[in-house]
Every structure is written in structure tokens, then in C-alpha cells.
Design a binder for this molecule. Structure first.
Ligand SMILES: Cc1cc2nc3c(=O)[nH]c(=O)nc-3n(C[C@H](O)[C@H](O)[C@H](O)COP(=O)(O)OP(=O)(O)OC[C@H]3O[C@@H](n4cnc5c(N)ncnc54)[C@H](O)[C@@H]3O)c2cc1C
Length: 366
């Protein structure tokens, strides 16, 4: 059988590589970064993501992530708190993605780092190391490959993402123990939680227009953020990255349309982008990676795989996108905090509706 070539070594690509290798297929994964690296991500790993990893024989607990079982939602001085309907993990993508690639390698996948795919021609990846032919899986995440733009009509794309790590002092650890703190503010929202080792992750999205009116700089934005009661604990915290990671033009709500003549198996954010507000991007990336590997192994076409994946995630992506639109309006911010305060159990329902259904996860083998 023609070799599977996976473009991109994030969670989607890593899951596909591990799964194909476990099925005896010896895939080749191409990752442009030469070494493990930080990524823009809230690093909130849901229970579904944990299940996918476990089904790949990957033990996430050994990575020492932070346990998270509570969500606190802040809007100005109002706060609502609810138990999550599951235990999540705070774990950096630098650690997690690299460990999954090591896991895939141990299972028999070949992982080539430092190879950038420039474009796709027929059934070949044109790369910085020459042309490589095979059955192609596109898992470049947030990054578009030349000639393979995503159709972003109808998506939310006017947001800028920022991520910074802070030193987890004993006081910050106590304040955050077991919780993800979500602060919704005029023009965006931020998540704050512990991850492994000595780190606290702050990850946020802000409307680009609002960012410009603040002066368009990180110091100005950060000064605004720490005036929010939910984020005031960061006012004197030690930032660990020389400058925050940023990203713009993420097409929240994107869903790939299956096409019968498309030769690519599209995974992760190249197939669907669920808003991070209540979404589950890492679990969806793992789900798509495993599903694509299984369906490719079974001889299914990219079209059949893409149709199945869309069926598994479309409702969740649409609902999370609507929620993100609503939750960032003035009335939405108020309603979310008031609603969660009055009915904490609503969080469980929201979490259930925005996640891949257990039956679909089970179909992908978890
Ligand atoms: C602000 C923000 C916060 C988020 N927070 C969360 C969260 O808390 N929890 C959650 O579950 N999800 C979250 N997500 C979503 C999650 O990060 C993504 O859904 C997930 O990373 C998608 O995985 P992926 O494997 O598709 O892509 P990625 O993780 O982006 O990986 C793609 C890989 O491909 C490589 N690559 C790119 N181009 C090429 C090329 N041309 N050649 C070779 N390699 C290439 C990249 O270097 C990268 O390693 C968040 C997203 C954003 C934007």
C-alpha cells in the first residue's frame, strides 16, 4: 500500500501517525519545527482528549499536568463557579505534542523534524527536503498550506489570540488550585490555569478593533486585563516568555466541505475549528487524527472520512461558535455569569453539547 504522509506534527498529525503505526503502516510525518515548541493554546485538555490519548496507549498522567475540576467565570465584579462534569488537565503543548510524536515513533512511525511542506502537487508533498509521494494527510493546524486555503466565509475571524506563561508562585497556585478561571470582558475573553511544572497559562482572544483602540500593544492590553477582578492576581506575576505568542485570523466556526475529488485527508484545525470559549479543539484534533488513520487503513476514501468527521463535529462547532458570538456581547457576558450562577448544572449541559458525542468517540475506537 502507498505510504501515508502526514503533514504537521501537532495533536492531529501525532494521533494519526501513532494510530497508523500501531496498525503496522509505518507512516511518515513531516514537521517543520526542528524541536518541541510553544503553541498558542489555553492548554485545557478535556476528558475526551484524555480518552483519545489513552486509546492510543498514551499515558498523559505521567506528564505531570495540573488537575482541573472547577470553572470560575468572571465578568467585571460578578463571578459564578461550577464544578466541571469531568476532570481536565492543564498541560503545555510543548510537552504534550512532543511526547505524542515520541509515542508515534516508538510505535513505528517515522517523524522527520525540520521539514517544511511548501505545497502539494498531485499526490506529492513538495518539501524543503524534496518531493515526497504518498497518501497525504493535511494536519498543519492554524497554518495554511499554499494552494490549500480554508473557506472562511461565515466564520469569526476578527480576533487576535495571545498567550503568556507566568511563574506559578505559591500564592498563584493557591488562587488557581483545581480551577480554570475564565474572564469575559468588553471585546474578548481570557482563560487562566495552572499547567505542569512552575507555570500558569494565560491565553486570551481580543477583538482586533478593541485592541487597536487600546493602543495595539501587549503592555496596554495587559494593563487592561489586570484591572479585571478575575485577572488581578497577575498584576505582579513574573512573565516567562520574552514576549507573548500571538495569532490572528483564526477562522472560528470553519468546517471543511467534503469534496469527492479532494485527494487529502484533512485533520485537526484544517478540518474544523471550534471556538476555544467552550470548545474542545485538542479532542477534535485527536478524534480526526484517529478516525482518518482508521478509515485510511480500512481503505476508505478521503471523501468518506471527511463526511464522517463532519457528521461527528458539525453541530458542536456551530453551537460553540454561536455561544462565542453571544458570550462576547454585553448582554451575553451578563447572561452567562448570571445563568451559571443560578444553574451551575448548565455547565455540564453546555460541555456535553459542544463535545463530540460518546458514540462517535467510540466509533473512532476510544
Ligand atoms: C487562542 C486559542 C486557545 C485554544 N485553547 C484551547 C484549549 O484550551 N483546549 C483545547 O482543547 N483546544 C484549544 N485550542 C484549539 C487547539 O489549539 C487546536 O484545535 C489544536 O491545536 C489543533 O491541532 P492540530 O494538530 O490541528 O494543529 P496544530 O497544533 O496547530 O499543529 C500543526 C502542526 O503543523 C506544523 N506545520 C504547519 N505548517 C507546516 C508545514 N507547511 N510543513 C510541516 N509542518 C507544518 C506546525 O509546526 C504544527 O506543529 C485553542 C486555540 C486557540 C487559537
Amino acid at each position: 500500500m502507498t505510504r501515508a504522509i502526514i503533514i504537521g506534527g501537532g495533536l492531529a498529525g501525532g494521533a494519526a501517525a501513532a494510530r497508523l503505526a500501531q496498525a503496522g503502516a509505518a507512516p511518515l510525518l513531516l514537521e517543520r519545527e526542528v524541536a518541541p515548541h510553544d503553541k498558542i493554546c489555553g492548554e485545557f485538555l478535556s476528558v475526551e482528549a484524555g480518552r483519545h490519548l489513552a486509546a492510543l496507549g498514551f499515558d498523559v498522567a505521567r506528564l505531570g499536568g495540573a488537575r482541573i475540576d472547577t470553572m470560575r467565570l468572571h465578568s467585571g465584579t460578578r463571578t459564578a463557579e461550577a464544578r466541571l462534569p469531568f476532570v481536565a488537565t492543564g498541560i503545555t503543548r510543548r510537552t504534550l505534542d512532543a511526547a505524542l510524536l515520541d509515542h508515534a515513533t516508538a510505535a513505528g512511525a517515522e517523524v522527520r523534524r525540520g521539514v517544511s511542506v511548501r505545497r502539494i502537487e498531485a499526490a506529492s508533498a513538495v518539501t524543503s527536503a524534496g518531493d515526497i509521494a504518498g497518501r497525504l494527510m493535511l494536519a498543519t493546524g492554524k497554518h495554511e498550506l499554499r494552494g490549500q486555503p480554508r473557506d472562511t466565509r461565515g466564520t469569526i475571524d476578527g480576533l487576535i489570540g495571545f498567550k503568556q506563561f507566568f511563574r506559578a508562585t505559591p500564592a498563584l497556585r493557591r488562587a488557581l488550585a483545581g480551577a480554570v478561571e475564565v474572564t469575559v470582558f468588553n471585546g474578548g475573553y481570557a482563560g487562566l490555569q495552572c499547567v505542569e511544572a512552575d507555570r500558569v497559562n494565560l491565553c486570551l482572544l481580543v477583538d482586533s478593533g478593541r485592541f487597536r483602540t487600546m493602543g495595539g500593544t501587549w503592555p496596554a492590553l495587559f494593563a487592561m486585563l489586570v484591572r479585571e477582578p478575575g485577572l488581578a492576581m497577575l498584576a505582579d506575576a513574573e512573565a516567562l516568555l520574552a514576549k507573548p505568542l500571538t495569532i490572528s485570523a483564526v477562522p472560528y466556526g470553519f468546517l471543511v466541505r467534503p469534496a469527492a475529488d479532494d485527494p487529502l485527508y484533512r485533520l485537526g484545525d484544517q478540518a474544523a475549528v471550534i471556538p476555544s470559549f467552550c470548545g474542545d479543539g485538542m479532542a477534535m484534533a485527536l478524534h480526526g487524527g484517529r478516525l482518518a488513520a482508521d478509515m485510511m487503513t480500512a481503505g476508505a476514501s478521503p471523501f468518506a472520512y471527511q463526511t464522517r468527521l463532519r457528521g461527528d463535529v458539525a453541530r458542536q462547532v456551530r453551537l460553540a461558535t454561536a455561544l462565542q458570538r453571544f458570550g462576547t456581547t454585553r448582554i451575553g457576558r451578563f447572561a452567562l455569569v448570571a445563568g451559571l450562577g443560578a444553574v451551575p448544572a448548565a455547565l455540564a449541559a453546555l460541555a456535553r453539547w459542544t463535545r463530540v458525542e460518546p458514540a462517535a468517540v467510540a466509533r473512532a475506537g476510544a
